[in-house]
Design a protein around this ligand. Structure first.
Ligand code: NDP
Length: 256
């Protein structure tokens, strides 16, 4: 099976849950990247401790402070990463940070809708804008002709709950702000794919499964280890034919 060989990777929300496990498995994989930029809101504080422990063992792990709901923080982080890359491009941007609030149509309010959109949809949009020059650079420098995660890619971690077609079967969990913001992320992914493929950048949305994390709770189906192993085995097989699609952690397409 093909292995992921992206050299320079950046992730958001990487201090716990799926993001932290992605960092761990990327560093421990057969082709560890030369740079893993693990971003999170508080790398210096208590919430960043596990990342700091990892960084003390892996010189290729770089911690960067980044709140995806703060547009100027995104611009600053892109400057820091550009400096560290010293003329090289960024191969893989994984927009993983997300928030989930158990609100229904009756209980949701405008603040909660806006909060969810800022993190789950606007954050990934601004991340792609800010890191676009570095992604383009990676695509230009690559010898690969086809679109791939090794060359240049934006992966938006989305969810089945953002699929409009599949809503009736999962509506026992209304989570309105989460669903609407992730449906917006799915639309964003399709628009990014149509726009950025010309520059050689692959854009795909991935559903990690229902995963035992703070968000997924311990009732979930999958361990974080299984989900992330699945995601990391899907990334290397992605190509043109997956551009602008929503796939699950096993590589199966999910309808919009
Ligand atoms: P967790 O709640 O365990 O972790 C969420 C991560 O996102 C944390 O690192 C958190 O950081 C970070 N985060 C939240 N808001 C921001 C922000 N404004 N800026 C930067 N980082 C932020 O969630 P999971 O690991 O389970 O989820 C990861 C992704 O997978 C999400 O996009 C989620 O929607 C998606 N997903 C998860 C599923 C599941 O079953 N777990 C199912 C389907 C999709 P902090 O510690 O600072 O709060």
């Amino acid at each position: 099976m093909a292995a992921l060989q992206a050299r320079r990777v950046l992730l958001t929300g990487s201090n716990r849950g799926i993001g932290l496990e992605l960092v761990r498995q990327l560093l421990g994989g057969p082709h560890p990247p030369t740079h893993v930029f693990a971003t999170c809101r508080d790398p210096e504080g208590e919430r960043g401790k596990e990342l700091r422990d990892l960084a003390s063992k892996h010189p290729n792990l770089v911690l960067v402070k980044l709140d995806v709901a703060n547009p100027s923080a995104i611009v600053n982080a892109a400057k820091i990463v550009e400096e560290k890359l010293n003329g090289a491009g960024l191969n893989l941007l994984i927009n993983n940070a997300g928030i989930f609030t158990p609100v229904s149509l009756e209980t949701v309010d405008s603040e909660e809708m806006i909060r969810a959109y800022k993190t789950n949809a606007v954050g990934p949009l601004l991340m792609a804008q800010a890191f676009l020059p570095l992604l383009k650079k990676a695509a230009q420098d690559s010898k690969e002709k086809r679109l791939s995660c090794n060359k240049a890619a934006i992966i938006n971690i989305s969810t089945l709950l953002g699929s409009i077609e599949r809503t009736p079967e999962s509506y026992f969990k209304p989570v309105i702000s989460y669903r609407c913001s992730k449906a917006a992320l799915n639309m964003l992914t399709r628009c990014q794919a149509l726009t950025y493929s010309e520059a050689g950048i692959l854009c795909v949305a991935l559903h990690p499964g229902w995963v035992k994390t703070d968000m997924g709770t311990q009732e979930a189906d999958l361990t974080v280890d299984t989900s992330v192993r699945g995601l990391l085995s899907v990334l290397p097989i992605l190509s043109e034919k997956h551009s602008g699609m929503l796939l699950n952690w096993e590589g199966k397409a999910i309808p919009w």
